[in-house]
Design a binder for this molecule. Structure first.
Ligand code: AMP
Length: 120
């Protein structure tokens, strides 16, 4: 899928709409989910234009990929959930129920997160 820069996260990155920033580095931004599903619900996104993991893994630099990984750990630290535990989720494509076509990780915690997936 080609990257569509009209998506909501691209607008956040361009400063066209606000976000509640949690952390940032040269390659990555972390901000609070607008509709939190747990006490802590932070989204981690690369600043580059990547739709999904195929796109990111194939074309992002090693530096960008390392920054993305490290930011997840940094978010857990700054939100105080590193010791109590948390879940990291990435929804991709139709079956993964990805709503925003810019690669992102959900970091959820601050309370029990529950089963991995709905078993129904
Ligand atoms: P996904 O289904 O994995 O694509 O999740 C997209 C997430 O983006 C959802 O959890 C939304 O609540 C969240 N979201 C949508 N718009 C915004 C926004 N303007 N600021 C922060 N989070 C948003």
């Amino acid at each position: 899928m080609a990257y569509d820069d009209s998506n909501i996260f691209a607008k956040i990155l361009r400063g066209e709409i606000p976000c509640n920033k949690v952390a940032e580095d040269d390659h990555t931004l972390a901000f609070e989910d607008i509709a939190p599903l747990r006490a802590v619900h932070v989204l981690v996104i690369p600043k580059g234009a990547y739709v999904d993991w195929r796109d990111f893994a194939a074309t992002a630099s090693d530096e960008e990929q390392a920054a993305f990984t490290r930011m997840i750990a940094q978010v857990a630290e700054v939100t105080g959930i590193a010791d109590s535990g948390y879940r990291v989720i990435s929804n991709i494509g139709r079956n993964g129920h990805q709503e925003v076509p810019h690669l992102h990780m959900h970091v959820l915690g601050g309370e029990a997160v529950g089963p991995l997936v709905d078993r129904s």
